[in-house]
Design a protein around this ligand. Structure first.
Ligand SMILES: [Mg+2]
Length: 378
C-alpha cells in the first residue's frame, strides 16, 4: 500500500464540498474615524479590498485587505485579472495549497505590497470559509492560546495633536483600562518629542506603557540620539525608527539602547522578518496580516518570532488581528484603532482594556452588506 496515494485520496475526498466555485472582489473607500498624522504621512481614507468566495457546498468566505489611500485599484485589478480565476476548483480546507497556487501565478510581481495585499484578501477569505465550515472561531482554529489580549491605544497619539490633547487622551485611555498609549514622534528637535512624552508620563504615572513610533523617519545616528532621550521617560518600545529595509541600522540601534525596537508593519514577507530576527534587529515584531499576504504567512511569522523569544504586537486591523493574537502564545498587545464601524453591525468586544476574540465561527466580523454596497467604488 502506498502512503502517498492514501494521502492524496484523503485530500481528494475532502475536497468535494470545499472546492471554490465562485470568487468576486470589490473595493470600498472607508472614511477614517479620525484624521491620522505621523512623521511621514496623513491617513485620510482606507481603501478596503474585499474578496468573497463560495464553495461547492454553499459555504461563504469573506476576506479583506487595505491600503491607506493609494494602490487599491491595482490590487483589485490583480485579483480580477489573475488571482480569482486561478481560485476556481481550489480547496478552502487547504490554505497552504491555495497560497502556493496564487504565489505561483504572481512570481513576476512578487514579493511586494500590491501582490501581498491581493494574496491577503484571498487568504483571509479562505480562512473565513474554512473555519465557518468547521464551526470554529478563527482564534481557536489557529491555535487558541487565550481568548483575550491586552490592548494599547493609538488614536490619541497622532503627531498633529497638541501636548494638552495627548495628555487628555492618554489619561482617558488609562481610565478605560488600556495598558498603554502610543505617541507619534518625529518632531524637528528631540527635546520637542521628549517634552510631549514627559507630559504624558507625568499624567499617567509609572504604571502605564508609553510606546513611541517614528514611522521610519530617522537616520541611525538620530535614532540613537532620540532613543537616549526616550529612555528618560521609560518608553516601552521604539517603533519603526528607521526605513524598514535597514536591517543593519536596526541591529546597531538595538545594541545602543535599552528601549526595545519594534518593527514589521512595513514588511511584506516571511524572509524579511527572518532576517531581522536572525540578526537581533527586532525586539518586538508587528506583522500586518494584510501586508504579509494573509493569515497563512502571518501565523508563520508569529511562530518564527516565538522561536527567537520575541513577542508579537500586530499593526492596525484590530478587528481581524484580535483573533490572531489570541491564537498564539507570544502575543504582547493588540493596537486600538477602530476602522470598520462604518461597514459592520457589531464591534470588537473590549473590556477593562482587553480585546476579546469573537466566538462566532470564521473571522467573526459582522459585515453590513448594505453599507459595503453604498461605499463601493470598484
Ligand atoms: Mg506604526
Amino acid at each position: 500500500m502506498n502512503t502517498r496515494q492514501l494521502t492524496l485520496d484523503g485530500a481528494e475526498a475532502l475536497t468535494l464540498g470545499s472546492r471554490i466555485v465562485d470568487a468576486t472582489a470589490r473595493l470600498c473607500d472607508l472614511p477614517v474615524e479620525m484624521p491620522r498624522t505621523d512623521a511621514l504621512q496623513s491617513f485620510v481614507k482606507q481603501e478596503t479590498i474585499f474578496v468573497r468566495l463560495r464553495t461547492a457546498d454553499g459555504s461563504d468566505g469573506v476576506g479583506y485587505s487595505y491600503t491607506i489611500g493609494t494602490g487599491g485599484g491595482a490590487v483589485l485589478s490583480l485579483l480580477r485579472e489573475t488571482l480569482l480565476p486561478t481560485l476556481i476548483g481550489l480547496d478552502v480546507e487547504r490554505p497552504e495549497a491555495v497560497w502556493r497556487a496564487l504565489f505561483g501565478v504572481t512570481r513576476a510581481t512578487t514579493v511586494g505590497p500590491i501582490t501581498a495585499l491581493a494574496l491577503a484578501a484571498v487568504d483571509t477569505a479562505v480562512w473565513d470559509a474554512r473555519t465557518r465550515r468547521a464551526g470554529l472561531p478563527l482564534w481557536v482554529a489557529a491555535g487558541g492560546a487565550s481568548p483575550s489580549v491586552p490592548m494599547y491605544d493609538t488614536e490619541g497619539g497622532w503627531l498633529h495633536f497638541t501636548t494638552d490633547q495627548l495628555v487628555a487622551q492618554a489619561v482617558e485611555a488609562k481610565d478605560r483600562g488600556m495598558g498603554g498609549v502610543k505617541i507619534k514622534v518625529g518632531m524637528p528637535r528631540g527635546h520637542e518629542d521628549l517634552d510631549r512624552l514627559r507630559a504624558v508620563r507625568e499624567a499617567v504615572g509609572p504604571g502605564m506603557d508609553i510606546m513611541v513610533d517614528a514611522n521610519q523617519s530617522f537616520t541611525v545616528s538620530e535614532a540613537v540620539r532620540r532613543a537616549r532621550l526616550f529612555e528618560q521617560v521609560d518608553v516601552f518600545w521604539f517603533e519603526e525608527p528607521l526605513p524598514a529595509e535597514d536591517v543593519e541600522g536596526h541591529r546597531l540601534l538595538a545594541r545602543s539602547t535599552s528601549v526595545p525596537i519594534a518593527v514589521g508593519e512595513s514588511m511584506y514577507s516571511l524572509g524579511h522578518f527572518r532576517e531581522h530576527l536572525q540578526r537581533g534587529a527586532a525586539s518586538i515584531v508587528q506583522p500586518d496580516v494584510a501586508r504579509v499576504g494573509g493569515i497563512t504567512p502571518w501565523l508563520k511569522i508569529a511562530h518564527l518570532a516565538e522561536s527567537f523569544n520575541v513577542p508579537v504586537a500586530p499593526h492596525f486591523l484590530m478587528e481581524l488581528h484580535v483573533s490572531l493574537v489570541c491564537a498564539i502564545p507570544n502575543a504582547l498587545y493588540l493596537e486600538h484603532i477602530p476602522q470598520l464601524r462604518a461597514v459592520t453591525t457589531d464591534e470588537l468586544r473590549i473590556e477593562d482594556g482587553r480585546g476579546w476574540a469573537p466566538s462566532a465561527p470564521g473571522l467573526g466580523i459582522a459585515w453590513d452588506d448594505d453599507a459595503l454596497e453604498r461605499l463601493s467604488v470598484g
